[in-house]
Design a protein around this ligand. Structure first.
Ligand code: NAD
Length: 377
């Protein structure tokens, strides 16, 4: 069983899909791992460390030759997979619902190339798959980094400081969307000493917000999503709910110094949560961080990859936030991949054999065709 790891080629992608630690673990399973020279460099992992862990470090063609599994953070270029074994697995974040070359187009090309593409972001959110969940491991780091990015742009301090020269008030931080990223943003902002409030459409998050010492801000007049919803995810809200939410946010946001938005709806554009008028109501020098900027944005005027200023308020729209913490993000991502493959490792076959619950959830292509029901056209 030959596992290949390539250097990521997408813009601003600093992560890598294997670390020396996971190389050793794959070795212990009996697999051999080859990694493209320089693949870990941007994340702080040297070729020599991969070699010391037992990997072959080589150029791209040599790494791919005869590979049975290709690991990636993002999907590798389908046109460059010539040397892999027939039916090889591509195991990566594949963004299958995105239009164009980086999404659906690439899935079609994997089918044409005869490989089996497994989309790690479609891992079911069930207890036994938690350790394989790239969305959680990466969102957690994004939530943390969003707060640090806000603090770096904010011209004031986060904690209350009582000094001989006078008192500095605590920053007021409002987190919108309390999934994995939002919970970590709340915890991080609290650790920095901010006064934190948070909102979500899922009522189950109210207690989670309180348990982190933050104040829940909830629409009370119109029902949100009770319990955890389908797979724990949010859906699109009614017009009535959106109106009530906008009113609530308007009155709250004007008093906030930092707003961090993380709201996503699977398979759809991110919901718009903060309007230009609401930004104008904030004090100049305030900061908004939009973690959903690449999915269409929660904040009006947020620009992917840029920090823009509107009405004296900074709007931070960094792309690929986990990659900004490339070493930890890679370490967790690589463990997610190892946890996944090792959980299904069949010792006799010397390779992983998936069960239907997880296999059917993440398999996009097989035997030359796109097979996932969510991608039926
Ligand atoms: P996500 O990234 O899909 O969305 C982020 C948050 O935005 C969610 O909490 C969502 O409810 C919220 N949101 C959506 N529309 C909104 C709106 N209009 N206004 C305000 N908030 C809005 O979420 P996630 O971080 O992937 O987590 C989703 C769920 O999955 C959570 O319930 C989480 O606890 C659960 N989860 C389960 C497992 C597991 O059991 N394996 C692992 C991770 C997460």
């Amino acid at each position: 069983m030959r596992i290949a790891v390539l250097r990521e080629r997408a813009d601003a992608e600093r992560r890598v899909a294997a670390t020396p630690e996971t190389v050793r673990k794959f070795g212990a399973l009996g697999a051999t791992l080859a990694i493209e020279a320089g693949a870990g460099e941007a994340a702080g992992f040297a070729d020599a460390d991969y070699a010391a862990a037992g990997a072959t470090v080589a150029d791209r063609d040599a790494v791919l030759a005869g590979a049975d599994i290709v690991l990636g953070v993002q999907g590798p270029d389908p046109a460059a997979l010539g040397g892999v074994s027939p039916g090889a697995w591509i195991v990566a974040g594949l963004n299958p619902l995105a239009a164009g070359e980086q999404g659906r187009g690439r899935v079609d090309a994997y089918a044409a190339a005869g490989v089996e593409a497994l989309a790690m972001e479609w891992m079911p959110r069930i207890t036994r798959a938690q350790s394989m969940d790239i969305l959680s491991s990466q969102s957690n780091l994004s939530g943390y980094k969003a707060v640090l990015d806000a603090a770096a742009e904010y011209g004031r301090a986060f904690p209350m400081m009582m000094t001989a020269a006078g008192t500095i008030p605590a920053a007021r931080v409002f987190v919108m969307g309390v999934g994995v990223a939002g919970l970590q943003a709340i915890a991080t902002a609290r650790r920095l000493g901010a006064q934190v409030s948070a909102t979500d459409v899922r009522s189950a998050t109210r207690e989670q917000i309180q348990s982190l010492g933050a104040k829940p801000i909830f629409v009370e007049s119109v029902a949100g999503i009770e319990g955890e919803g389908a797979g724990g995810y949010a859906g699109e809200m009614s017009e009535e709910y959106r109106k009530a939410q906008a009113e609530l946010v308007s009155s709250h946001i004007a008093k906030q110094d930092i707003v961090i938005t993380t709201a996503l709806i699977p398979g759809r554009a991110a919901p718009r949560l903060v309007s230009d008028a609401q930004i104008a109501s904030m004090r100049p020098g305030s900061v908004l961080v939009d973690l959903a900027v690449e999915q269409g944005g929660n904040v009006e005027g947020a620009v992917p990859g840029e920090v823009v200023t509107r009405h004296g308020v900074k709007i931070v729209g960094h792309r690929n936030v986990p990659s900004r913490l490339a070493a930890d993000a890679s370490a967790l991502f690589a463990r997610n991949l190892y946890n996944f493959l090792s959980a299904f490792w069949d010792k006799e076959a010397g390779r992983p054999v998936l069960d239907a619950e997880i296999g059917d959830a993440i398999r996009l292509t097989k035997n030359g065709a796109v097979v996932h029901p969510r991608l039926a056209t």
